[in-house]
Design a protein around this ligand. Sequence first.
Ligand SMILES: [Zn+2]
Length: 109
Amino acid sequence: MLSVQKEADEINIQKGMGHLKKIPIRTCIGCNETKPKKELIRVVKSPEGEVSIDFTGRANGRGAYICNNVSCLEKAVKTKRLSKAFSMQIDMQIYEELRKTIEEQSSEE
Ligand SMILES: [Zn+2]
């Protein structure tokens, strides 16, 4: 079942080769590198002003993106990029949650 799904994904990617604009690219707030959106973790500021990690990638609000990488998170903390992206103070709790998410995701690989 899983391998069938994987084949389908690969076919979709090949079909999309002529349409590179279809792959959403975002900039990591840690290393400033551009990467496919699906490789990054999205942090979202809701219209109500609440900051959270957007696991679906579709939450309403202004998004910022970061690599699935603790060193990028540390850079983002040091440079306060998240605060700048959202024009607000970011709770340490958000950074802790991000760190946990990154650590969990990298241990799954
Ligand atoms: Zn990065």
